[in-house]
Design a protein around this ligand. Structure first.
Ligand code: COI
Length: 349
């Protein structure tokens, strides 16, 4: 099916140097927007980036029907435009929308909108190792109605922002044993705005205590490790890449999935299972070399240098020869088109 996306183009970009702009501050010139009304998506258009007009009664402002995705576009070494795994992101977006009772976006519309928008704003894709154009598809409930109900109207939008390294330094984290990010059966596996809002307060307490992030643990006993900050969490111990299995409280990270696939291909043992934080502590206390890192689209790999648990601080391995960097490089090479894309992860425009 062909999607008719009207394009109103803006004059050339004014901002040249984006490298020192913090993540998510600098929009590109254009955005995509489509409106859901009377049971169908309509009025799909790419327009100059602009502020929205919403009724203060708009349902997204009150009851949390907001869902988003985060993906990236790169320039390959031979200067082709590459969106990384948009179909996997689309699948996750659809699952999040279902969980939040929001209408699905047809795959053709999603892909066409991304394609047209990234093509139009391609001059914003940074051309260096850690640079990318971060793409943020999202949907909000726009019906002006203050009663508690599922909205009948929505806006689906895509905005873009140049992105570089998300964390400048290896992280210092603490195992969270009071608050939870998500409970079994809740919305932890969806990318809905509320998950992030609910994480702010415990994250702020951790920051006030000198940590960059928390390691989230299960909601029943704070015994099992779930995620770290806004990322999936992985360990490399005893020559094995370890990560918790997906569940209703863990996000199905695209970077997580890519790294697990690449690790298996490289002959690394991969063990996806429940991980007690005690087990990590025991390994560290036994003097084992432990690598710990967050994995996510924005951060890619975020090495963890220090973990606080049980009132003690433990150092993890962040040396240059760490396996996490080897995996990160394998991912970069595919995205840059310098290694074969065996799984068709690259969507070349
Ligand atoms: C991402 O890694 O894309 C995220 O969604 C994390 C954060 C920027 C919200």
């Amino acid at each position: 099916m062909e999607y008719n996306i009207a394009i109103t183009a803006q004059a050339d970009r004014q901002v040249k140097d984006t490298k020192n702009v913090p993540f998510g501050k600098q929009p590109t010139e254009h955005m995509f927007i489509a409106e859901y009304k009377d049971g169908k998506w309509q009025d799909s258009r790419i327009v100059p980036f602009h502020d929205l007009t919403l009724s203060p009664f708009a349902l997204c402002l009150h009851y949390g029907q907001t869902v988003f995705e985060g993906m990236k576009a790169f320039l390959t070494d031979d200067k082709r435009i590459n969106i990384f795994r948009p179909e996997k992101h689309y699948e996750r977006f659809t699952k999040s929308l279902q969980r939040m009772c929001m209408p699905e976006v047809p795959k053709g519309l999603f892909m066409e909108a991304l394609h047209q928008l990234v093509q139009l704003d391609a001059s914003w894709i940074p051309n260096d190792e850690h640079g990318s154009l971060y793409l943020r598809p999202f949907m909000i409930a726009s019906e002006a109605r203050m009663g508690v109900k599922v909205s009948d109207e929505y806006l689906f939008m895509i905005v873009c922002s140049p992105a570089y390294q998300y964390y400048a330094q290896p992280l210092k984290v603490k195992v969270e044993d009071t608050y939870v990010r998500a409970a079994e059966g809740g919305t932890g596996s969806t990318k809905c705005g509320g998950n992030y809002g609910a994480a702010f307060y415990p994250s702020k307490l951790a920051k006030d205590a000198g940590y960059d992030q928390v390691i989230w643990t299960d909601s029943k006993n704070h015994e099992y490790i779930e995620e770290s900050g806004t990322m999936n969490l992985m360990f490399f111990i005893d020559n094995t890449l370890l990560t918790p299995p997906l569940s209703t409280s863990i996000l199905d990270g695209v970077t997580r999935d890519s790294l697990l696939t690449l690790a298996k291909e490289q002959g690394i043992n991969v063990d996806v299972r429940l991980i007690r934080h005690e087990e990590i502590r025991e390994a560290l206390e036994a003097g084992k070399r432990v690598e710990a890192f967050g994995a996510g689209t924005a951060a890619v790999i975020a090495p963890i240098e220090t973990i606080a648990m049980g009132g003690k601080h433990y150092n993890c391995y962040v040396g240059e020869d760490a396996t996490m960097y080897q995996l990160q490089k394998a991912l970069y090479d595919i995205r840059k088109g310098t290694a074969p894309d065996k799984h068709n992860w690259n969507y070349i425009i």
